[in-house]
Structures are given as structure tokens and as C-alpha cells.
Design a protein around this ligand. Structure first.
Ligand code: ZN
Length: 126
């Protein structure tokens, strides 16, 4: 699958031995999304900040860009479907048909598995 920005994400400086939180790939490969410094796991689609962005105390790269409460359902989706979840930041999907198919599959799965999803809180995002 041709990637819009190639595989250059793997050339960045970050911990190469940090397993993916969703698919457990011990040495994930990443491709860029359309968000500066964000790459997605080529196996499962989970987005990680590989550089730039804002790190909080104790964080370093790669830093998962998914809220922790969503990791368990995303792991279940991966185990059941073995498809990318398509949750990276994409301005359009023309260059990412696999991620679009994955996002659609994940959205459908979420509708069928609402009991497994985190309860949405009142937004406390900044
Ligand atoms: Zn992964």
C-alpha cells in the first residue's frame, strides 16, 4: 500500500522497542498521518505522536494519541476483526483507503458493541 508520506516516520528518533498498546506489535512500524508529528501503527492503525505535539510529565515518544479508556475496546476490535481502526488524523482518505475501510469497520463495531465502550464524560477537553 503506497503511503502518502512514505515510510519516513520510521526514520524519526523515538523508542523503537515500545510495543503497540492495541495490537501488541513489539516493534511497530509507523506511517505519517496528516497531523504534524503523528504516525499510525501500520498493523492496527492506532495513532501515536512520534515527535512535536505536547508531552506531559513522564511522557516520551511514541506517545499514544488515543485516550486510555478507549484502548481496551480498540484491543477487542483488533482481536476480533484484525483490521486497522483508522483513528489517525486524516484530512481526507484519498491516500489512505485502508484506514478509511478500517474507520468504517471500527464505527460499525462500536455501534454493535456499545456496552464495551467507555461512557462519554462531559467534555473536559481544553
Ligand atoms: Zn498497532
Amino acid at each position: 500500500m503506497a503511503q502518502k508520506y512514505g515510510y519516513l516516520a520510521n526514520a524519526e528518533e523515538f523508542d523503537r522497542n515500545r510495543a503497540c498498546l492495541v495490537c501488541d506489535d513489539p516493534q511497530p512500524n509507523y506511517s505519517w498521518t496528516d497531523l504534524s508529528g503523528e504516525g499510525y501503527c501500520l498493523r492496527c492503525g492506532t495513532p501515536y505522536q512520534l515527535k512535536w505535539g505536547t508531552l506531559t510529565d513522564g511522557e516520551d515518544y511514541p506517545r499514544c494519541n488515543i485516550r486510555p479508556e478507549w484502548i481496551p475496546p480498540m484491543r477487542t476490535f483488533w482481536k476480533e476483526k484484525q483490521k486497522p481502526n483508522g483513528q489517525g488524523t486524516f484530512l481526507g482518505f484519498g491516500s489512505y483507503p485502508d484506514q478509511l475501510a478500517g474507520r468504517e469497520a471500527f464505527n460499525s463495531w462500536c455501534h454493535e458493541n456499545e456496552s464495551l465502550l467507555p461512557k462519554e464524560k462531559e467534555s473536559n477537553d481544553p
